[in-house]
Design a protein around this ligand. Structure first.
Ligand SMILES: Cc1cc2nc3c(=O)[nH]c(=O)nc-3n(C[C@H](O)[C@H](O)[C@H](O)COP(=O)(O)OP(=O)(O)OC[C@H]3O[C@@H](n4cnc5c(N)ncnc54)[C@H](O)[C@@H]3O)c2cc1C
Length: 458
């Protein structure tokens, strides 16, 4: 269906994975859609991401003999989120995931690796070439008759009585108003780039390295907030631990050697956290260390577990960049990396003693990742240290929604005509985040909201 310029069924704000999925799916449903993007290209934080989608019960898991289920996925999400999650949103995700996984594949998405990552008790992170996925979805949306407006910033939602009927935008041709007869979908991402909003909700996170989509300044959050939308999970904003201090937007590096067996120490040579927890929890702990720095320390056994070409686990590539210290003894390693050598020796000895079952772990660590995987002593030279900081990639909190994507006011009533999906929403992750559930959430709730809008029109 060809979309007219200023009036359509649906206006979607933001062209990351959530907005693109909603726009494509709504177009599939026969709705006319205008997709408004503030930047000069689609992608947002999605395009900078590692590309992992979390799904359970997939062909890739089956091929690798991984036993997973919606129930286990739910239990992991609640454990990571410390039961602060809105379970109805999790259930909506789990009910829709199989269809969305199949839909992504039908659109040409290839999952080229399956990994165990943050918050998962079985490998559940499906690796995609995310930039290609986003470009493909954008091209398919336009080919199906959708209208994509780039360099166009949504500035204010329009209401008629209580109902949201459209949005004001600033575009290269000047200010204009778009009218949406079925609804407006806010998919503007998080606010990792807004110092103002971080100052309000998570001031301690201002010390993290700013990251995420350049245009992710919380515009959609504030627009809906002005209409009385409720907010959820705002107190759980946390940067992600594991990025070299010199990481850049052009090339994002993150190493999770701690899920393979590394420990994390500060420059005083002391551990400060149970390294098997979500890297968001680790990020929070790292910000409190001297210079906000934590070193992933490991030996040749962990080094041998590197996965070439897989984000988060490719140690060789980080060595090639000159970002990993290596030495034959822990003392030499500490001197190279700028860690207190005597303390590091003691810390590793104490850790190894606990791993061998001869003492208690200082932080009750009982597994490599999320309580899973046998701990390894750090004994086999050479030894390695990767210096890393917390990176403010994503905020994972925001507008309260119903499982069908409708935005809820502070009092729990729905705002007529207003929907929100993706990172701009709160309630889904709770206290911390499992890898792959944000790209997954964008795609899944994009699909859900398209169906809601179709049903609302019928
Ligand atoms: C380095 C990094 C690695 C990550 N790795 C993973 C991973 O492997 N798996 C995973 O699940 N998650 C990962 N995440 C998190 C994940 O990428 C994001 O949470 C997710 O992509 C958000 O999708 P979204 O569509 O909601 O928002 P975005 O992709 O950020 O898209 C929002 C879009 O809205 C636009 N916009 C903003 N304001 C306006 C406005 N006023 N008008 C119009 N448009 C607007 C933005 O320009 C942007 O294009 C990672 C994040 C980063 C930064």
């Amino acid at each position: 269906m060809k979309t007219e310029r200023n009036t359509c069924d649906v206006v979607v704000l933001g062209a990351g994975i959530a907005g693109l999925a909603a726009a494509c799916r709504a177009t599939d449903e026969g709705l006319s859609v205008v997709l408004v993007e503030k930047s000069d290209a689609v992608g947002g934080s999605s395009a900078m991401s590692g590309g992992f989608f979390a799904f359970s019960g997939t062909d890739e898991q089956c091929e690798k003999g991984v036993e997973d289920s919606a129930e286990l996925f739910l239990a992991d999400m609640l454990a990571v989120g410390q039961n602060a999650n809105d379970e109805s949103l999790l259930r909506a995700y789990l009910d829709e995931q199989a269809e969305v996984y199949a839909w992504l594949k039908s659109r040409g998405v290839v999952f080229r690796a399956l990994e165990l990552s943050s918050g998962q008790s079985v490998p559940r992170s499906h690796l995609s070439d995310i930039k290609d996925v986003l470009t493909m979805l954008a091209d398919q949306f336009v080919a199906a008759g959708g209208l994509l407006l780039v360099d166009s910033r949504a500035t204010r939602l329009v209401q008629d009585a209580e109902r949201v009927t459209g949005v004001h935008i600033e575009s290269p041709s000047g200010p204009q108003t778009l009218t949406a007869t079925s609804g407006v979908v806010v998919a503007t991402g998080g606010f990792s780039r807004s110092a103002e909003l971080l100052k309000i909700f998570a001031p301690e996170q201002l010390a993290a390295i700013p990251y995420g989509g350049r245009a992710n300044t919380g515009d959609g959050l504030t627009m809906a907030w002005m209409l009385g939308a409720g907010l959820a999970d705002m107190s759980y904003v946390s940067a992600t631990y594991g990025s070299h201090p010199d990481t850049t937007e052009a090339f994002h590096e993150l190493l999770t050697a701690y899920y393979l067996g590394a420990i994390i120490v500060n420059s005083d040579g002391r551990r400060f956290v149970d390294e098997s927890q979500s890297y968001k929890t680790l990020g929070m702990a790292c910000l409190a260390q001297p210079n906000g720095l934590g070193f992933e320390v490991f030996d040749s056994v962990v080094r041998a577990k590197s996965h070439p070409g897989v984000p988060l686990n490719d140690i060789g590539m980080l060595e090639d960049l000159g970002h990993v210290f290596r030495a034959d003894t822990l003392t030499d390693l500490a001197e190279l990396a700028g860690i207190d050598a005597a303390a590091l020796e003691q810390t590793v000895e104490r850790y190894n003693t606990a791993v061998r079952g001869l003492g208690d772990d200082e932080f009750q660590r009982n597994g490599l990742c999320n309580g899973v995987g046998e701990l390894l002593p750090i004994v086999a030279p050479p030894f390695y240290a990767y210096p890393a900081k917390a990176l403010m990639t994503s905020t994972y909190c925001g507008l309260t929604i119903r499982p069908d994507g409708r935005v809820l006011r502070v009092d729990g009533s729905a705002i007529d005509g207003l929907y929100a999906i993706g990172e701009v929403t709160g309630g889904f992750h709770g206290a911390a985040y499992m890898t792959g559930t944000s790209l997954g959430k964008g795609a899944v709730f994009g699909s859900i909201v398209a169906k809601t809008l179709r049903n609302a029109r019928e």
